[in-house]
Design a protein around this ligand. Structure first.
Ligand SMILES: Cc1cc2nc3c(=O)[nH]c(=O)nc-3n(C[C@H](O)[C@H](O)[C@H](O)COP(=O)(O)O)c2cc1C
Length: 163
């Protein structure tokens, strides 16, 4: 079965997962902007990864519009992984059920532009202002301070689903 990993990554965390997945599946990993719909239509399976911004998986809409045969999606974000996160991503991004995997990314303030840094600053402030913080709040605060939570072992279920 001919496979390819395609990804969109702002600061490198999604790219790292894309390369790990490609290594495990012994296939190529390419940036979304480097591939065309025509090229991707030659593959039996496309594994697409995007980073999460306000619940949306970056670049996925463009991949969806290509109407490819089989697309498995991975999303990389900064919330604690759970079935609820996967369900929300599935619904909000309109992805077929069972085709989404969620991985913990990280936050690299040095690599972010002014506006994105500002948004994160606002999110951080709103959490800091809460009188009582949940586990998720504390996790987000720690991540927003600059953290790498990527773990190679997190891709195991996706690899099993793609083999
Ligand atoms: C402006 C902005 C908005 C974000 N919104 C979300 C979000 O809604 N949910 C989430 O889980 N992560 C969110 N994140 C965190 C990123 O998805 C996370 O930092 C990810 O690891 C970035 O991956 P990349 O290095 O491939 O760009 C946001 C990050 C930025 C900069």
């Amino acid at each position: 079965m001919k496979k390819i990993v395609v990804y969109e990554s702002g600061t490198g965390f999604t790219e790292r997962y894309a390369k790990w997945i490609a290594e495990e599946l012994a296939c190529d990993a390419k940036e979304r902007k480097q591939v065309t719909a025509k090229e991707l239509s030659d593959y039996d399976q496309v594994i697409y990864g995007g980073w999460v911004m306000a619940g949306m998986i970056s670049g996925y809409k463009k991949i969806k519009a290509m109407n490819l045969k089989d697309v498995v999606v991975f999303a990389v974000g900064m919330t604690i992984p759970s079935d609820e996160v996967v369900a929300k991503l599935t619904e909000q991004n309109q992805i077929p059920a069972g085709k989404v995997f969620y991985f913990e990314g990280g936050f690299a303030p040095d690599k972010l532009g002014f506006f994105k840094k500002k948004i994160i600053g606002m999110i951080k402030k709103s959490i800091e202002d809460k009188p009582e913080k949940t586990e998720e709040d504390l996790y987000m605060l720690e991540t927003c301070g600059g953290k790498d939570r990527t773990k190679r072992e997190a891709i195991a279920d996706l690899i099993a689903a793609c083999k």
